[in-house]
Ligand binder design. Structure first.
Ligand code: UD1
Ligand code: UDP
Length: 362
């Protein structure tokens, strides 16, 4: 049973880790990795393949950066002959990126059974990721929904119930498996980056909607420069590129409170999450990790896939303007992380469930 994992973005490597581990229980399942090459810097790709001890990549499509159409088109074009040659019994894709869409569409066109991890999440707004995940869902035979609302979204779109499986969220598997190693790793991170202060908030920003528009990014930056605590900021390459392009580098680096770091490996990053006072981010993955680590999260965005976290008052939507961010920060500064009795994301064993379902269903 040949299982092709098509991955290519930083969050994919993090989600693929428990899935690959779960397959080791079944020697007849032969996983192999097809890497789209959408992320290619060592800090965005190789560091994770090494950190999680992945098997060697079977195929690297090396698409690199480009417009959405160029990237998606190249992955599709390059995947088709690879699928024909390697003949996987099942293709697995995850999340909502260009790699996800191309992986599942190419599989669908060739009648290859395929699974989509993180199925059914919707924001119902215009975003490249919104159509990527919707199309991936409609191409898939096994739709692994992380939360009950995702199941309802899929049913609402007319997807047959026998294709939908509520498994829990796979990022909780990765987080749970690595939390204590991450905690032990904190000292090493602080030794490597002595600029990390004792008390800090953790910041990430990378969405095109947040950093690609100079005025929006500048307005957000004003709020960050006035933040009441040091902000430790591992900078995504898209964001780093925009900081240079928009001429913000000097302002960011000479600020008293923003501490820029390179993109970090998973254990390093999670160690900063678990030791932060709170988290500020526009990333869905980081929002969930803040929640898993019981850290309050200020979301620098106008919309979310994970409104469950907001309903629990564990995270707060701050918008993308300096004034809305400052208001949210002031309003929530004294709030404590709430007591959570029931984790909507499951128990941290989603990957085992997914692997069992695929094995039984093929
Ligand atoms: C992509 C996904 C986004 C996801 C994110 C995870 C799409 C449409 N977007 O956004 O949903 O949240 O990955 O991190 O698929 N770059 C480098 N080195 C790299 C990778 C990127 O320098 O290894 C720079 C390039 O300048 C590139 C830019 O970052 O143009 C954006 O990269 P891209 O893969 O297009 O989108 P992300 O912002 O990473
Ligand atoms: N992450 C990481 N190093 C960093 C920043 C983030 O390992 O420097 C991890 C983080 O733990 C989370 C994932 O990357 O699991 C989130 O990916 P990203 O923000 O790139 O994308 P999104 O989740 O928004 O798609």
């Amino acid at each position: 049973m040949k299982i092709a994992l098509v991955i290519g973005n930083r969050p994919h490597f993090i989600k693929a880790a428990p899935f690959l581990k779960a397959m080791t229980a079944y020697p007849e399942m032969k996983p192999f990795i097809i890497h789209s090459g959408q992320h290619y810097d060592h800090s965005m790709s190789g560091a994770f393949l090494e950190g999680f001890n992945f098997p060697p990549v079977a195929e690297n499509l090396e698409v690199g950066s480009g417009s959405i159409g160029e990237q998606t088109g190249k992955i599709l074009t390059r995947l088709d002959p690879v699928y024909r040659r390697l003949k996987p019994d099942c293709v697995v894709s995850m999340g909502d990126t260009n790699t996800t869409l191309a992986a599942s569409l190419a599989a669908y066109q060739l009648h290859l059974p395929n699974a989509h991890i993180e199925a059914g999440m919707r924001e119902n707004i215009w975003r490249p990721e919104e159509i990527n995940k919707k199309m991936a869902d409609h191409c898939a035979d096994f739709l692994f929904a992380p939360i009950p609302r995702a199941v309802e979204n899929l049913k609402f779109e007319g997807i047959e119930e026998n294709r939908i499986f509520h498994t829990g969220d796979i990022t909780l598997d990765t987080f749970t498996a690595n939390q204590s190693a991450a905690q032990s790793n904190f000292k090493s991170v602080c030794n490597r980056f002595p600029e990390i202060p004792v008390e800090y908030d953790l910041l990430t920003l990378h969405r095109a909607e947040t950093v690609d528009d100079k005025d929006i990014f500048m307005d957000i930056l004003q709020a960050l420069l006035g933040w009441p605590r040091p902000l430790v900021f591992p900078v995504h390459p898209r964001t780093s590129k925009r900081i240079d392009e928009f001429g913000f580098r000097r302002e960011v680096e000479s600020s008293n409170n923003i501490i820029c770091l390179p993109p970090l490996g998973y254990l390093d990053f999670v160690s900063l999450v678990v030791n932060a006072r709170q988290v500020a981010t526009d990333s869905s993955g980081v929002l969930k990790e803040a929640f898993y680590a019981s850290k309050k999260c200020i979301v620098l965005d106008e919309s979310t896939e994970y409104r469950e976290i907001f309903s629990l008052e564990a995270a707060f939507m701050a918008g993308r303007t300096s004034s809305s961010i400052q208001q949210t920060l002031n309003h929530t500064e004294s709030f404590a992380f709430p007591a959570i009795t029931d984790n909507p994301f499951g128990t941290g064993h989603a990957a085992e469930e997914m692997v069992k379902i695929i094995r039984a269903g093929l």
